[in-house]
Design a protein around this ligand. Sequence first.
Ligand code: NAD
Length: 485
Amino acid sequence: MYINGEWVEAVSKNTRDIISPFDQEIVAITAEGDERDSKQAIEAARKAFDQGEWPVTPANERGEVVYRIAHLIRKYKEELAKLETLDTGKTLEESRADMNDIANVFLYFAGIADKDGGSIISSPLPDSESKVVKEPVGVCGQISPWNYPLLQASWKIAPALAAGNTIVVKPSEITPLTTVKIFELMEQAGVPKGVVNLVLGPGYNVGSELSKNTDVDLISFTGGIKTGKKIMQAASTNVKKIALELGGKNPNIVFADADFETAVDQAMNAVFFHAGQVCSAGARLLVEESIHDSFVDELVKRAKNIKLGNGFDEDTQSGPLISAEHRAKVEEYVETGKQEGAELILGGKRPDQEELQNGFFYLPTIFTHCRSDMKIVQEEVFGPVLTIEKFSTKEEAVERANSTIYGLAGAVWSTDIGKAEWAASKLRMGTVWINDFHPYFAQAPWGGYKQSGLGRELGHAGLEEYQETKHIFRNRNPEPIHWFE
Ligand code: NAD
């Protein structure tokens, strides 16, 4: 762990074996903290915020440090990508793409750190000046998940630093490796002592301490809804600011007039990329009646050929699921889908290949004849499982698409732009793609409607999450007002 500028063991001296989901080999041993380690890290971050230089360092200088981190990420891209593949099982190509995105996130926030110094208000009072300034929030706890370990952490670390906060980061206990590495890089980039702190270990103690500790001013969390709700409750101890990026059950709506080839190709990518362990996975396909059967046939033909394997092999297209527990959860959902009457037309089991037996693999799985009220359609499976529904009007498509508790992202495929824009305006989601799926970038805000979350990451809004807004009013000619005379 990295606390107050030092690399430290856990107070308890406990450690954790980190295993590869591809073959269950131990790939690293990390410190395993508890509440005591979180408390030490919070104390260091508190001191660095209250007494240190970072919050009052000119924004352009903070931007320069963030810029140096971006360049170090580019320099160590290959090492970081290999660590991510080792830890998550995703393909090396995916990990490299993640590292490019991560460097871009740091570059973006480095660039906007000094671009908005606040504003002047037209004061309604004579002889006065009214201005609005932005200030850092304080000590920020940042908790990230296992599916995009460093990417999700970077969406929090980069804006928090650019805005002048001090932070305590807790990655998922099962995928901490790239987050550990980026702390080495932040040290090299010259981030002052105590400004960035890293704690490792489980959510129930290390993470929950961050959410309830009254010395933490903001908690930013990416993960599942259940955990998000616990964090929200714990954050009430001192009415912390909260940012929550929770799950999704993202509809992918294909109208009959869509470009068939592109829509099929991208529907595959939408759901099966990273074995479906993507918060914005297009796990819920809605296809217009007239093309439904041919669309399904084509999807099955292609999904059958997805090559599962070792993320380090060039020809692997998809890696394993993250853990045995997670695969068991996916299997349970598939059983539920069958019991609910959905028709399983592909997969629904583990692969047979000998070389995949030590990993947590699961075959690409497709259900048809799905109804909107089925559990498998309503809940986030977070695996390579696609549900397909048929619709006949645009109103029906939108109504079904909006019928879950989630509102993270969705897509609309149509060559009729008027219709596509109409559907985009009706979808209650933080991101809507028209004739595409999955693009996100540092410049645009990301976050959920409904129970998919609170607040936004990335874009200018992502910086504002880490800023307080202060109004300063100055009377240039103060005089008694004689109110009580
Ligand atoms: P999770 O909720 O189990 O864990 C996420 C993090 O929270 C981990 O670091 C974990 O240790 C920690 N945690 C667990 N219990 C805690 C507690 N009581 N207090 C504080 N911290 C606690 O989620 P996961 O299984 O790691 O990740 C998968 C989930 O993340 C999915 O639901 C997915 O949709 C979501 N996700 C959302 C986005 C987004 O941008 N909206 C992005 C990626 C993942």
